[in-house]
Design a protein around this ligand. Structure first.
Ligand SMILES: [Zn+2]
Length: 341
């Protein structure tokens, strides 16, 4: 039914206004959305210094579903996929988007962290896998230029690792985007249009791509992917990715994409399963790395400290040593072939 109603756009035609109009409509026709987005207005926020950013810790009880989502093969097999069109709820509409790597339904996210929060769902029930799809993230970041597009890896926070999807949230909320220049970035690979750098004053394993070209950022991303470690049994490196687009004053190069890749080694921090005082029910992914750290329980919101968040990041991200190895491999493998600066 949703299919009949969906409007169809290419990524070049899609805009943030079209997405926001969908949200406005859903808030009128879908009680779950109006309730949850209404509740979001009242969530508590506290600020904590994490690395170079002032983080916003968000007490958001509705997010407990995502934080504690079971993603083992049996659970996934036995549940109805909430991203598949046939299991969506009455009143939940969609906008169809055609990209290079696939076709997607843009829908409203019923567990919002942002005032304008969407999920961009592949048309087909295929597993969460970034290969061949990063270009779509980059395209969608330009379409939804008032939003940030993000991807949680299948073992890095995605609650539906069996159904490929991105999310998008409005700009102006995540310190990673609003205070981007605070990141101390050491460039270790560059082409004429794209720079790849390692961040030295934030979470370990934070890599930044900055580019004036949609195709070139995708090419450099793919090279970077090829040097990242993949765990046995996994189909891609453990990572979370955020991408956004900015228009610059530069007449020759008005387009600028920025992407942050957080390379990880673990899904959950030790505090997730710890007992007693040390227990914190948190399961960070892209948005948490971006600077809105979600705590679904009040007691965790009250007690969590800067030190806790820094420890959590150090546990789930790769080590500084591993990052150095990646940089070395990237330089040795690819730099010689690409001397153009
Ligand atoms: Zn599905």
């Amino acid at each position: 039914m949703a299919e009949e109603k969906s409007e169809k756009y290419t990524w070049r035609q899609l805009t943030s206004d079209i997405a926001d109009a969908l949200l406005k409509k859903d808030l009128e026709t879908w009680s779950v959305a109006s309730e949850r987005f209404g509740a979001l207005a009242g969530v508590s926020i506290k600020r904590l210094r994490v690395g170079c950013f002032d983080f916003k810790v968000q007490y958001n009880p509705a997010r407990v579903v995502s934080t504690t989502a079971k993603i083992d093969a049996e659970t996934l097999r036995n549940r109805k996929c909430f991203l598949c069109r046939e299991y969506r709820q009455v009143g939940q509409d969609a906008v169809r988007v055609i990209c290079d790597g696939g076709e997607y339904d843009l829908i409203v996210n019923p567990f919002p962290i942002f005032n304008r929060h969407f999920t961009i769902v592949d048309d087909v029930h295929v597993r969460q896998h970034i290969e061949g799809r990063f270009i779509d993230m980059v395209s969608l970041a330009k379409s939804l230029c008032n939003h940030i597009v993000f991807y949680n890896g299948p073992k890095c926070g995605a609650s539906a690792p069996d159904h490929l999807h991105f999310q998008a949230g409005n700009k102006g909320e995540l310190p990673l985007q609003t205070d981007f220049d605070k990141l101390d970035r050491k460039v270790f690979y560059k082409t004429a249009r794209t720079r790849l750098s390692y961040v030295v004053n934030f979470a370990n394993g934070c890599f930044i791509l900055e580019s004036h070209c949609r195709r070139d950022i995708t090419r450099v991303f793919n090279l970077f992917m090829s040097v990242l470690p993949v765990k046995k049994g996994d189909w891609e490196p453990m990572m979370d990715i955020l991408v956004w687009f900015e228009r610059t004053d530069n007449k020759r190069d008005p387009n600028l994409w920025r992407a942050a890749v957080f390379v990880r080694r673990q899904l959950r921090p030790s505090c997730y399963t710890a007992k007693g005082e040390k227990h914190l029910l948190v399961s960070p992914a892209s948005v948490d790395f971006g600077g809105i750290f979600v705590t679904p329980r009040k007691e965790d919101f009250d007690k969590i400290t800067s030190g806790d968040i820094e420890k959590i990041f150090s546990e789930i991200c790769i080590t500084h040593r591993q990052s150095e190895d990646i940089i070395k491999t990237m330089k040795n493998t690819h730099t010689t072939k690409n001397k153009n600066t």
